[in-house]
Each structure stands twice: as C-alpha cells, then as structure tokens.
Ligand binder design. Sequence first.
Ligand code: MN
Length: 273
Amino acid sequence: MSNGQTWVVGDIQGCYDGLCRLLDKIKFEPHKDQLVAVGDLVARGEDSLATLRLLKSLGNSFTTVLGNHDLHLLAVVHHIKKVKKSDNLSNLLKASDLPELVNWMRSFGLAKAISDNHTIVHAGLYPHWSVSELLRYSKEVSAALQADDYPMLLEQMYGNGPAQWDESLSGIDRLRFIINACTRMRFLNPQGQLDFEVKTHPDSAPPNFTPWFNVKNSKLTKDQKILFGHWAALRGETGKKQFCGLDTGYVWGQNLSAINLSSEKITSVFFSS
Ligand SMILES: [Mn+2]
C-alpha cells in the first residue's frame, strides 16, 4: 500500500448519499488512500447501483468481503431468490452494466487479511476457528463462487444447518456452514450452535445466548483484530478491543462509520433522507 490512509467502512447497504458524505468527511483520496468495506454493499438504501459503480471505479483502492445481502443479490440476479420487500434494487437489476458488477462482486471473498494483524469478515470470526482457518475456509467458498457453475452454490447456500462446525464436513454442507458463519452469525445458542433468529442487542437476548465475540477463542492471539459489520443493534460496541463492530445502523436512521486503521479514529456521518 502507498503512504496514504486505510479506512474500513461499515455496512453501506446502497446508501450512496451517506457513503459520499463519509468519503468527503474523511477527505478520501482514491489515488493515495485505501477504502475497505465489511460487506453488505447493497440492499435497502436509496441507490445500490450508484454505490457499486462508485466502489468499482476505485479499482485497486477498494476492497471488501461479501455480506449476506451481497450474496442474496447474486441469487436474485440468477432468479434463484426474489428481491426482499425491504430492498431497493430495481435500478441495479435493470442496469446495462449489471453483469460486470456481478462478476466484480464475485471476485471478493468472505474474509480477508488487510494488514499483518487486521482481518475483515462480514459477520465475525466463528469462535472455534483461528484467523488462518477463517482465511482458508473463505478461500474454499471463493473457489466455488468463481467457478462457472457458481449459481449452483447460490441455490444450495440457503438454510441454517449444519449448526456446528466439524472439520470433516464436506460438499455443500461445509460451504453453507462457512457462508453462514462468515455472513450471518450473531449468537451461539446454549448448545453452542449458530442461531440465526435472534438479532437483538446482547442485553436483550434469551438466557445463555452468547454473542460470537464473547465465546472464548483459544486460537486467537492477542495482537489480532477482527473488523466486522452485520449487527446494527450492537452500535459497534463489543466491549473488546480485538473485535471492532462497524455497522452503526445508518440504514436504520443512525450513522455510517469508518475507522482509520492506523490512528483507530472513527469518523461517522448521520443518516439524512
Ligand atoms: Mn449483513
């Protein structure tokens, strides 16, 4: 990377105006700085198409991981799923450059190391994995997503099981678990399984539901930091320096945030309709 700044931005969700105001506020310089996103580039906001075009235009100055909404968009494009009522994707789905935008999105993975000790992943680090396991498993999904028959993956990725990791999982069950852990995880239930129903703040969760970042991870070393999005109800708070939540709920009328990787300073813009 050049001598510019690296900024990691939370869930953009097609909120083009908020993204532009945030880039202005951090004085982002595309020829010098790096913009990194934690996924969910598209969905509910006012202009997912303009958002993707802007991010793609940044070329090598931009990288991301894919979130659940990004994968869902790919499934919609292939007529595997319908657009969710809450989403606003009609201009994107009609765009003449949709195929290029889709192929560009497919080039990203589910987890990525962005420095020696910073890793991005949309939902979080499954607490029984090390960072290197996370990166390795993410590559397995990328290989399937970049293969010619990738619509098959999109078709088979839906579902909540298996609920627990087992290194001996294979085929689509293995890929589905990796996708769910990387893009949908919030809580582990009292049986230690991934739960996908509870989306609240941890304070209002059912008894013995544990946020993934509060399950002891004996494979994570102290110098490693995980930057993630996905869980707006957290407002970015995990109570742990190692886990940096960046979805500060812009799409829910709160704010869009970016952290400067070297200073660790967070800059936010407030929602404006
Ligand atoms: Mn998400």
